[in-house]
Design a binder for this molecule. Structure first.
Ligand SMILES: NC(=O)c1ccc[n+]([C@@H]2O[C@H](COP(=O)([O-])OP(=O)(O)OC[C@H]3O[C@@H](n4cnc5c(N)ncnc54)[C@H](OP(=O)(O)O)[C@@H]3O)[C@@H](O)[C@H]2O)c1
Length: 209
């Protein structure tokens, strides 16, 4: 089971729909069950294998073996502090980008802050550079990369496999300290979105030497 905390926003919903449409069992969490139920009811993934249920954030944390965090940065600590024990030992996929001027980095990524907040969880930074608009094209293989970073090698490889399975190419971005680069790249992409009036993403090119 894959849980979502803050699953009712654009990014959580897009990832949850894509995972469910690809055969994963997903519980989409919210502060209010009714809100989660509404988002789940709008899912039109269609396939027989699709399995998406609604719950509270607490239920998503409890039931998820892998738990995605798709909250705004400003609510990360207050929401997750009480869920610490439920998230113990689990892979926690951090999708948060600290973006506004009030949330400026203090030399540390949201992912590293999250790992400090949840020392017994296996935090993996992923999907920060892929827009909900693209992820929401559920049946399409994407042509952009998601940078995946973690200090837990096994957890990172699991998230890379999961990402590839749902049609989102991933690159192994190394240790969690590199998550800061990933978050700053998102800022760059958002700047370009505005400049070019388009959705942007990036693809790493590998050249033989
Ligand atoms: N949108 C994108 O394209 C995109 C791309 C990459 C990464 N991200 C990152 O993914 C995260 C989610 O993005 P989003 O656009 O989906 O965000 P969002 O809609 O602003 O928030 C997601 C959910 O978080 C919950 N939430 C909002 N304020 C809260 C608060 N004060 N306390 C507790 N829960 C609160 C809400 O769920 P309930 O009301 O149901 O509890 C909301 O639906 C962000 O950190 C963003 O930077 C987004």
């Amino acid at each position: 089971m894959i849980g979502f905390i803050g699953g009712t926003g654009n990014q959580g919903r897009a990832l949850a729909y894509r995972l469910a449409a690809n055969g994963e069992k997903v519980i989409l969490g919210s502060r209010t069950l009714e809100k989660a139920e509404k988002i789940v009811a709008q899912f039109t993934g269609g396939s027989e294998k699709a399995s998406l249920s609604a719950g509270t954030n607490e239920e998503a944390a409890e039931q998820g073996e892998i738990v995605f965090i798709t909250l705004p940065y400003k609510s990360m600590k207050t929401t997750l502090e009480p869920l610490k024990e439920r998230l113990r030992g689990k892979i926690v996929v951090d999708v948060i980008n600290p973006l506004t001027n009030n949330n400026t980095h203090k030399g540390m990524s949201a992912s590293e802050e999250l790992q400090l907040l949840l020392p017994k969880s296996r935090v993996v930074c992923a999907f920060k550079n892929v827009s909900s608009h693209l992820i929401g094209k559920v049946g399409e293989e994407l042509d952009v990369d998601s940078i995946v970073c973690s200090d837990d090698e096994e957890a990172k490889q699991k998230v890379i496999e999961l990402s590839e399975k749902i049609g989102i190419p991933s690159i192994d971005g190394g240790r969690l300290e590199n998550a800061l680069a990933s978050e700053l790249l998102t800022r760059l992409l958002l700047h370009l979105n505005k400049e070019k009036n388009a959705e942007t993403g990036f693809k790493i090119q590998y050249y033989k030497v």
